[in-house]
Design a protein. Structure first.
Length: 162
């Protein structure tokens, strides 16, 4: 069956828009050394559709630009989200509980270096890995799995492929 490119682009655009809106709506906790970016719960969406991969990447890119992030953060923060989204997509057939693992790992390993070297955050990188990791586990791991469980019930209505 031929892939519906318009549907793919529409899903990607909607996911990007929702990501940006969530980052801006929760701006005080979306940026900084200690953060819990609510929009990161959406990183489980590649479990359902490959359109989420570019959607999450573009959404993170735009949210970082609008949020006043430095270019290093715009680039590497978006790259961390892209790596996490691809990882989630690749693990989608293994177990739904693995869906948040790639984004948690990607952000925990990449973002602390951006905070330390890009923003001059004086906290040591292992500490920043802890703070970013805790935020990612809370949002991607807990909220993401809750979102995944809810969306799974309505999968055929929300994530149509044709």
């Amino acid at each position: 069956m031929k892939e519906n490119k318009v549907l793919f682009m529409a899903q990607a655009a909607m996911i990007a828009a929702i990501y940006v809106v969530l980052c801006i709506a929760f701006a005080p906790i979306s940026y900084g050394a200690i953060q819990a970016r609510i929009a990161e719960a959406l990183v489980i969406l590649p479990y359902f559709t490959p359109a989420a991969i570019p959607g999450l990447f573009i959404g993170c890119f735009i949210a970082n630009l609008i949020g006043g992030s430095i270019m290093l953060d715009v680039a590497f923060g978006s790259l961390a989200t892209l790596i996490g989204a691809i990882g989630t997509y690749l693990l989608r057939k293994k177990s739904r509980f693995l869906a948040p693992v790639p984004p948690i790992l990607a952000n925990t390993l990449i973002i602390p270096f951006v905070l330390h070297y890009g923003y001059g955050e004086p906290l040591p990188i292992p500490f920043l890995m802890g703070t970013v990791g805790i935020g990612e586990i809370a949002v991607c791991g807990v909220m993401g799995i809750i979102l995944l469980t809810i969306l799974e019930r309505y999968r055929k209505f929300i994530f149509r492929t044709a």
